[in-house]
Design a protein around this ligand. Structure first.
Ligand code: RAT
Ligand code: ZN
Length: 420
């Protein structure tokens, strides 16, 4: 086959893809990280890394410690227990444990010591603000999108006092407490001067909209977001569905922002292990169809937690251009599953999706999560360009650059309406 001069030769495709993945800074579209002005909400450092709930779940499989015993320990003692069980007594081959190894290695720290002493000393020496820059650089990201809960008693007052903005972080108005736990939270809205009640009738809906408007003005979120159970249905006769249709969606339209819908959690199947106690269930994606078809003026960022729902999500994305699939969320964020989902999405959607987000809860996790994404995605993209070349169109460097930019930045910027 004749390759035009500016096309990439087959043998060079993988390297070109890897170079582009390295040189384009990504936007991390969903994390649980916080900008510095939100103070202690932002988790970082070795003890937080080791006590990540993904690792807590693994601790109870590899140690005889009970949850009740574990929760009584200090954070430092918890980290020591996990380090010993998962990194000293066992080989850290799971995705979450290997991630810690990758972070330590990237920061120049030992990965196989019997204690966390050296790592603790290193983190104690860091200047938090400069450390964020260093970590983002190692992760190859320019911005991280936060998860900001206006009903979190620790977070809300900081925003009300005018938390200083940081160009490295975007805000997201998270709605879980309002939409999933109305019964526990409507009184908080009352205490803030909103005329709502337990039944969430027409007046309450209008008042929630006013509440969301106020918080949109305060936070300037790039989207609103909610995580939902596998049983999520829409429309339906429920407080949640009324609030979505009557308050959330109109407010998103008015502010020109998407709603991010993360579906498929089976909350607290094992409450004894707290944050690690959620599981997954296959959802009925008719709810997605109804959201997209009944609300064509709204845009939906959608992630589904069950592997079994992934193909259907791609089909719906082919039907509705107000649907943007994003990420391989939580239990899906393992190389074997990321590979399957990403290939499926490329085959069905071209480059019109957002392949991944980190979901980092602890700052340094972005280092390993994005390293893993680049490593998994590079051969997938290279194979796709190889097939294209075989079929008669060898890619140019500029094509590859444009595609990587779209997938890991541009699609989010244009869908969220933050293109510069
Ligand atoms: O991945 C996680 O850490 C989960 O616990 C959830 O936070 C999930 O990502 C969510 O945003 O609800
Ligand atoms: Zn999350």
């Amino acid at each position: 086959m004749i390759v035009p001069d500016d096309s990439v030769a087959s043998a060079e495709i993988l390297q070109t893809v890897e170079d582009q993945l390295q040189s384009i800074p990504f936007i991390d579209v969903h994390t649980h990280l916080f900008m510095p002005s939100l103070g202690r909400l932002g988790l970082w450092g070795i003890d937080e890394l080791i006590t990540y709930h993904y690792l807590e779940a693994e601790l109870f499989r590899s140690s005889t410690i009970t949850p009740a015993e574990y929760w009584k320990l200090s954070k430092r003692e918890q980290a020591d227990a996990i380090w010993h069980a998962l990194f000293v007594d066992h080989t850290p081959v799971s995705e979450a444990t290997r991630g810690v190894v990758a972070v330590l290695h990237a920061l120049g720290l030992p990965t196989a010591e019997s204690s966390l002493k050296t790592a603790r000393e290193f983190f104690a020496d860091q200047n938090p603000d400069e450390h964020i820059d260093h970590v983002f650089e190692l992760a190859g990201i320019s911005e991280a999108v936060m998860t900001n809960d206006p009903l979190d008693p620790d977070e809300a007052p900081l925003w009300e006092r005018g938390a200083g903005r940081d160009p490295r972080f975007h805000a997201v108005l998270r709605l879980d407490r309002i939409l999933n736990k109305w019964a526990d939270h409507w009184r908080v809205l009352v205490s803030q001067g909103y005329a709502v009640d337990a039944d969430a009738g027409a007046q309450s809906i209008a008042e929630v909209r006013r509440f969301l408007d106020t918080w949109c003005q305060r936070m300037q979120p790039v989207y609103m977001a909610v995580s939902l159970p596998d049983t999520f249905a829409f429309p339906e006769e429920s407080v949640r569905a009324r609030l979505i249709a009557g308050a959330v969606l109109p407010c998103c339209r008015e502010h020109g922002i998407p709603l991010s819908v993360m579906i498929g959690v089976r909350y607290q199947v094992n409450p004894a292990i707290k944050l690690a106690g959620d599981a997954v269930g296959k959802a009925d994606l008719h709810a997605v169809e109804h959201l997209c078809v009944q609300h064509p003026e709204n845009r939906f960022l959608i992630s589904v937690l069950s592997r079994e729902n992934q193909h259907e999500l791609c089909v719906y994305a082919r039907k509705f251009n107000n649907l943007m699939p994003f990420g391989c969320w939580w239990f899906l964020n393992n190389p074997s599953i990321v590979e399957e989902i990403t290939r499926e999405r490329l085959e069905m959607l071209g480059t019109t999706f957002i392949p991944q987000h980190s979901d980092a809860r602890v700052l340094e996790q972005v280092i390993y999560k994005w390293r893993n994404t680049r490593r998994t995605v590079a051969p997938i993209l290279a194979r796709m360009y190889g097939l294209l070349a075989d079929d008669g169109r060898a890619p140019k460097v500029e094509d590859i650059r444009r595609d990587v930019h779209r997938l890991f930045r541009g699609n989010f910027e244009s869908f969220a309406g933050i293109s510069r």
